[in-house]
Design a protein around this ligand. Structure first.
Ligand code: NAD
Ligand code: UDP
Length: 315
C-alpha cells in the first residue's frame, strides 16, 4: 500500500521536528516546510538522509504549492515564545492568518485533512480555572501578546469557516506550555531561560512575584495526543497539556535542585498581560482520545536537562 503523505509546517521548530519524527516512525511520507525564522535545521538534519522525508524552505504566509497528493496537513508554523512574537509581531499575525488561509486552501484543493496548532493563549489571562474548551477567553487585542493570541483566534475562526463553508476536514488543538529537547536555549521561555541561567552561572530570573502558575507538558506526551486527535473524527477545539500546575517560583526551585546550581532567584518586572494562572482541563481529550500525559515533570525535566547540557557542552 502507498504511504500516507503529510505536510508539516514549522518542521524545523521544537514541536514540528518531533512531529516529523513521529509520523516518519508511523510509516508516513513527510514533507517538512519552514522559513527558519525561529527554527533550526539541526532539529531535522538527522532526517535528511531518509527518502521518506523532504524539506521545503518556504514562508507559508506566501502561496503554498505542493506537487502530488497530500493526505494530511499539520500547521505548526508560528513564532511561539513571547520574546519571539514580540520581535516578529507582523510575521506572527501573518502566519496565523494568511498562512492558515493558504494551508486551508491547500487542504481544500488536495482533499487533505488539516490540523492547526492553536494555544492556551486563546484563553488570554483566564478568568475561569482550569480552562475548558467552552471558555471564550480574556484577551487584550491591543496588548503585546495580542499579535499571537488574536492570530491564533483568527486561525481557529478561519478553520471552522473552511469546515462549514467548504466541508474541509479540520482539527484544532489548543496546546498548553510544552517543553523538551530541541527548545531553543535563547527563546526566552521560562524553562530554557532557567536551564541556561543555571548552567552558565547566572541567577534565575523570576518575573513578578513568581506566584503566577503554568502547567508543563513533556513533548512526547503532546505529540501522542496530536497524533490521536488527527486520526479522530472530532472537529471542535481540544485542549492538550499536562494539568500538573506549579507556580513559577516553585519551578525555579525545582530547576535549582535538579541542576545543583549555587545560583539564586532574582526578581524582575512581570511582562504586561502575563497570564496569572494556567491549567488545562483535559476531560475532553481523555474521553475522546483515551489520552493523558504519562511523563511527569521530574522525569521530563531530567531528559531536557541532559539535552541542554549537551547543547552547552557542559559535563
Ligand atoms: P518554534 O518556534 O520552535 O517552531 C515554530 C516553527 O515555525 C519554527 O521552525 C519557525 O521557523 C517556523 N515558522 C514560523 N513562521 C513561519 C512561516 N511564516 N513559514 C514557515 N515557517 C514558519 O515553536 P514551537 O514551540 O515548536 O511551536 C510550534 C507551534 O505550536 C506554534 O504554532 C505554536 O503557536 C504552537 N504552540 C506551542 C506551544 C509550546 O508550548 N511550545 C504552546 C502552544 C502552542
Ligand atoms: N518567566 C519568568 N522568568 C523567565 C521567563 C519567564 O518568571 O526568565 C515567567 C513568565 O513571566 C510567565 C511564565 O514564566 O509567567 C511562563 O513564561 P513563558 O515565556 O515560558 O510562556 P507563557 O506561558 O507566558 O507563554
Amino acid at each position: 500500500m502507498e504511504n500516507k503523505r503529510i505536510l508539516i509546517t514549522g518542521a524545523a521548530g521544537f514541536i514540528g521536528s518531533h512531529l516529523c519524527d513521529k509520523f516518519l516512525s508511523e510509516g508516513y511520507e513527510v514533507i517538512g516546510m519552514d522559513n527558519l525564522i525561529t527554527g533550526d535545521l539541526r532539529n531535522i538534519e538527522h532526517l535528511f538522509p531518509m527518502k521518506e522525508f523532504m524539506f521545503y524552505h518556504h514562508d507559508v504566509s506566501k502561496f503554498v504549492h505542493i506537487p502530488g497528493k497530500l493526505d494530511f496537513i499539520l500547521h505548526f508554523a508560528s513564532p511561539a515564545s513571547p520574546i519571539d512574537y514580540l520581535k516578529w509581531p507582523i510575521q506572527t499575525l501573518k502566519v496565523g492568518s494568511l498562512g492558515t488561509h493558504n494551508l486551508l486552501g491547500l487542504a481544500l484543493a488536495k482533499k487533505a485533512r488539516i490540523l492547526v496548532a492553536s494555544t492556551s493563549e486563546v484563553y488570554g489571562d483566564p478568568l475561569v480555572h482550569p480552562q475548558k474548551e467552552d471558555y471564550w477567553g480574556n484577551v487584550n487585542p491591543v496588548g503585546p501578546r495580542g499579535v499571537y493570541d488574536e492570530a491564533k483566534r483568527f486561525q481557529e475562526a478561519m478553520t471552522m469557516a473552511y469546515h462549514n463553508a467548504h466541508q474541509v476536514d479540520t482539527r484544532i488543538v489548543r496546546i498548553f506550555n510544552t517543553y523538551g529537547p530541541r527548545m531553543r536555549l535563547n527563546d526566552g521561555r521560562v524553562l530554557p531561560n532557567f536551564f541556561y541561567q543555571a548552567l552558565t552561572g547566572k541567577d534565575l530570573t523570576v518575573y513578578g512575584d513568581g506566584s503566577q502558575t503554568r502547567s508543563f507538558c513533556y513533548v512526547e506526551d503532546l505529540v501522542e495526543g496530536i497524533y490521536r486527535l488527527l486520526l479522530s473524527d472530532y472537529v471542535n477545539p481540544v485542549n492538550l497539556g499536562n494539568p500538573d500546575e506549579i507556580t513559577i517560583s516553585q519551578f525555579a526551585e525545582e530547576i535549582i535542585k535538579l541542576t545543583n546550581t549555587k545560583q539564586k532567584v532574582v526578581y524582575e518586572p512581570l511582562p504586561k498581560d502575563d497570564p496569572k494562572q494556567r491549567q488545562p482541563d483535559i476531560t475532553l481529550a481523555k474521553k475522546l482520545l483515551n489520552w493523558e500525559p504519562k511523563i511527569g515533570r521530574s522525569e521530563g525535566l531530567k531528559i531536557t536537562y541532559e539535552y541542554f547540557k549537551k547543547a552547552l557542552n557542559v559535563k
